[in-house]
Design a protein around this ligand. Structure first.
Ligand code: TXA
Ligand code: MG
Length: 336
């Protein structure tokens, strides 16, 4: 199958392909998604297949109109409306109890719940409303690889596997949405951290729990994204280094004396200090927001250089740094 690049001009063709059950990747502010109509079991199964995704990891339903959520769930808690008003369109995903028989059974992976998000990207909102049916949209990477934040990333992983990709430029947020479960008797729980922080959510709906667990038993259906599966990992081993020139100096030295080639992904000031002492660099900007935006592109770009190690700058685990470190730690599954 030839994978076509779509733009605003031929969005109708992309919409038609989706209606016919084909897979089209769409841009969002977080990462690119792998789109298919959420009501077709056959189309949803194709998404799992294209990604190589385990079938017990559920998918998010992407909507362009809040009615698409309201009319397909058992009940709409008041806080869901409050959260939607505060953060949609935007990088927040809400888990609610689904009405049975509407969405493809495969998308919930056996859970009685469905997750919803209204992405903040004009082309994708237009695409969903042209299709007229909500779209599933797992990140459009091959399972275990870093999530895609550019058309080229999607093309690298999905060329020949899907009908097309809607080119919406680079994702501005860079890490996936905050996932909040609203179906718990004990109150809302954040299952995956994102750039909409616990503090921002609490400012709108009051105190919540945030148990971001990172491990799960092998047999249970994972309740939280990525709890069980390896994620975001390039082929090159990734090591996390404190965000100081001294820490990088020491770590680079350690690998250099072993004769290893080294890549550095860090904020601009740190990269400037080591530019000609290592084989590869990626400047991640000057803030943690910049680091989130750059993270997946940095991992992919340095991985292409086929170096022995990638050294990645850590961020303080507060605010949006929690989302950054959640992804980086999963990419860096090897101990230093
Ligand atoms: O920002 C995002 O959320 C991106 C863009 C494309 O919208 N999408 C995304 O999808 O990250 P995905 O499938 O890679 O991650 C969604 C995560 C899954 O890992 C899954 O475990 C969790 O959300 N999830 C989805 N539905 C769920 C449910 N009903 N219960 C618990 N977790 C759920
Ligand atoms: Mg993903």
């Amino acid at each position: 199958m030839e994978t076509q690049i779509f733009t605003k001009e031929n969005l109708d063709i992309a919409a038609k392909a989706l209606q016919q059950g084909e897979i089209v990747s769409f841009p969002t502010e977080t990462v690119y998604g792998l789109g298919a109509i959420a009501t077709s079991q056959e189309a949803v199964l194709k998404v799992f297949e294209a990604k190589g995704r385990p079938s017990d990891n559920p998918l998010i339903v992407h909507i362009s109109d809040i009615q698409q959520m309201i009319s397909t769930v058992e009940e709409v808690p008041e806080i869901a409306l409050t959260l939607a008003k505060a953060f949609w369109p935007g990088p927040l995903t809400m888990i609610l109890k689904a009405k049975p028989g509407i969405y493809a059974p495969a998308l919930s992976a056996g859970l009685p719940t469905v997750s919803f998000r209204m992405p903040n990207h004009p082309l994708t909102l237009e695409l969903i409303s042209k299709v007229g049916i909500p779209l599933v949209g797992p990140s459009a990477n091959l399972s275990t690889k870093p999530s895609p934040t550019k058309v080229e990333h999607v093309f690298e992983d999905m060329n020949g596997r899907i009908r097309g990709i809607v080119d919406g430029g680079s994702s501005t947020v860079g890490v996936e949405s905050t996932v909040i479960d609203l179906t718990n008797d004990e109150g809302p729980v954040i299952l995956r951290p994102g750039v909409i922080t616990k503090e921002q959510i609490e400012a709108v709906i009051g105190p919540i729990q945030s148990t971001v667990k990172t491990t799960a038993g092998e047999r249970e259906v994972p309740k939280s994204p990525g709890m069980k599966y390896r994620h975001y990992a390039p082929k090159t081993p990734v090591f996390v280094v404190d965000g100081t020139v001294e820490a990088f100096e020491e770590t680079i030295h350690k690998y250099k004396v072993q004769g290893k080639t080294v890549g550095v992904m860090a904020q601009n000031a740190i990269v400037d200090a080591f530019e000609n002492k290592v084989e590869g660099t990626y400047k991640m900007g000057t803030s943690v927001d910049d680091m989130n935006r750059a993270l997946f592109d940095a991992l992919r770009t340095l991985d292409h250089l086929k170096l022995d190690v990638i050294l990645a700058e850590s961020a303080p685990e507060v605010g949006v740094g929690i989302a950054y470190m959640n992804r980086l730690k999963k990419a860096a599954s090897t101990a230093l």
